[in-house]
Write a protein that binds this ligand. Structure first.
Ligand code: URA
Length: 433
């Protein structure tokens, strides 16, 4: 089948068979399909969609287009988690040691932040000495020994997706559920874990703006993973406001430590317990309510914190931060932002808050920008809080005083105050099994 015929078939709403998708992905990977034909095909997919079988086949072909990680030596215990991107999302720092403390094998590749969303690798690199690049031998030996290793993405995972995603970005074809689902899942399948828990974010700070869209994406991804032999589950969660109180790399590590020490933001704790329970249940093939009890016990007994300390030390980081996050350092310029008037804090736009943190130096506008690990925002109030004029709303941190004024303006523009108490949305909308 030629590329012309593939475009024509998709334009008519026909579905492609596996052989056609193999040819397509081969052509994307070796560069023989020109961008203009690929763009036309992508646009046809946006309008006509793809059925579940077709989406799973496309994903499997993209996952096989480059390197893959072989975690078969860990049997069914290897478990991964993926979030579709959020603001203040430090859950991996908590879940990885928590699930590993119960025998799960978390051999994880994570990314860096870009734009308003953060990346786990940047957060880990804010820990003095932490190495996010390990040789394959070191990586596997560490997972074998202590159950957890997290490194930056290496090798050539799903190169077909890399090309396709770059093209989608400039042809207004990103927001198609089969294209997002196959893109995310191709990388997760290549990363090798037997069980995968997805955190699909919905709201102002997320790709998916409505609960219905989030649930459709979650179902598509769960079906792909299942049809490729993985154990799957997805949580659909609210990203209308940042997750937890901290946005920014070292600040988020400190907040993760607070949770592992048994305290911290109750909503962040709740979502971590829920995600960890699903990861633990899948990895050990046990009922979710039993997994939830075991996960809570591992957190409350300090076992997860001990595992965190062991993990940080194993990758060369200063384990003192697990006892006292002050070991991470504090930014030299600090500004507390105050409520301009009395009232309820009724909304916080997560994306705008992510952008304000970026202006302070916590994130990158372009790939090559350098991060200020100590920069960011620590919220002192959250949606639903009743404030008096002059009450603290947040503290801004940066190493460059000149950045404060624009970041403060961007942060304030993200807040809505009202006289009435707002309706609060649940944190977790649903679980797709
Ligand atoms: N993240 C991805 O990796 N792919 C998409 O298509 C969207 C978000």
């Amino acid at each position: 089948m030629t590329m012309y015929e593939l475009i024509q078939a998709k334009r008519r709403g026909e579905s492609h068979d596996r052989a056609a998708l193999e040819i397509l992905v081969q052509g994307i990977t070796d560069g023989s399909v020109p961008d203009y034909q690929l763009s036309a095909w992508l646009m046809a997919v946006c309008f006509r969609g793809m059925d579940a079988r077709e989406t799973a086949d496309l994903t499997a072909c993209m996952a096989a287009s480059g390197d893959s990680v072989d975690l078969s030596k860990f049997g069914t215990l290897s478990v991964d988690k993926h979030s579709t991107g959020g603001v203040g999302d430090k859950t991996t720092l908590i879940l990885a040691p928590l699930v590993a403390s119960l025998g799960g094998k978390v051999a994880k590749m994570s990314g860096r932040g870009l734009g308003h969303t953060g990346g786990t690798i940047d957060k880990l690199e804010s820990i003095p000495g932490f190495r996010t690049s390990l040789s394959p031998e070191e990586f596997f030996a560490q997972v074998e020994e202590i159950g957890v290793a997290v490194v930056g993405q290496t090798g050539n995972l799903a190169p077909a997706d890399k090309k396709l995603y770059a093209l989608r970005d400039v042809t207004a074809t990103v927001d198609s559920i089969p294209l997002i689902a196959s893109s995310v899942m191709s990388k997760k399948l290549a990363a090798g874990a037997h069980s995968i828990v997805l955190d699909v974010k919905v709201g102002s700070g997320a790709f998916m703006k409505t609960r219905e869209e989030g649930e459709a994406l979650a179902r598509a991804m769960v079906e792909i993973g299942r049809s490729c032999g993985r154990r799957m589950r997805a949580l659909v969660t609210n990203m209308d406001l940042p997750l937890g109180y901290a946005i920014g790399n070292a600040l988020e590590v400190a907040e993760a430590v607070e949770i592992l020490q048994g305290g911290g933001c109750p909503k962040l704790r709740q979502i971590c317990l829920e995600l960890a329970a699903n990861m633990h249940a899948l990895a050990h093939d046990i009922p979710t309510d039993r997994a939830a009890e075991e996960v809570r016990d591992a957190l409350d007994s300090g076992r997860a914190l001990s595992k965190f300390t062991e993990w940080i030390a194993a990758q060369g980081g200063d384990p003192a931060c697990a006892k006292d996050p002050a070991a991470l350092g504090t930014a030299p310029c600090v500004k507390t932002v105050l409520a301009p008037k009395a009232g309820y804090l009724s909304a916080m736009d997560a994306e705008r808050i992510g952008r304000a943190a970026m202006l302070l130096g916590a994130g990158r506008a372009a790939k090559e920008d350098v991060i200020d690990p100590l920069a960011g925002i620590r919220l002192a109030a959250t949606v639903g809080d009743k404030l008096a004029a002059g009450d603290p709303v947040a503290t801004l941190y940066t190493s460059d005083e000149k950045k404060i004024a624009s970041a403060e303006a961007a942060f304030m523009a993200a807040l809505t105050f009202s006289d009435e108490a707002p309706d609060l949305l649940p944190l977790i909308f649903s679980v797709v099994e």
